[in-house]
Design a protein. Structure first.
Length: 63
């Protein structure tokens, strides 16, 4: 592919994978590029993409 693909692989720390399994790394980068814009971004930069998680609350007396 392009130098950009190689740069992305190196930035992700995939130097060894790039050398040994270049086709797989290229396929993963192409897949990530297709899905990059598949999710809508929140209008507020302070908004969380998912609600925060917390431990479930058990009713009193439940064991």
């Amino acid at each position: 592919m392009t130098d950009r693909t190689k740069t992305l692989a190196e930035a992700a720390g995939l130097d060894r994978a790039w050398q040994d399994h270049r086709a797989d790394v290229e396929e993963a980068i192409a897949l990530a590029a297709r899905f990059r814009d598949a999710f809508t971004r929140p209008t507020s930069s302070a908004a969380e993409p998912t609600p925060p998680y917390r431990a479930p609350v058990q009713p009193k007396g439940a064991a």
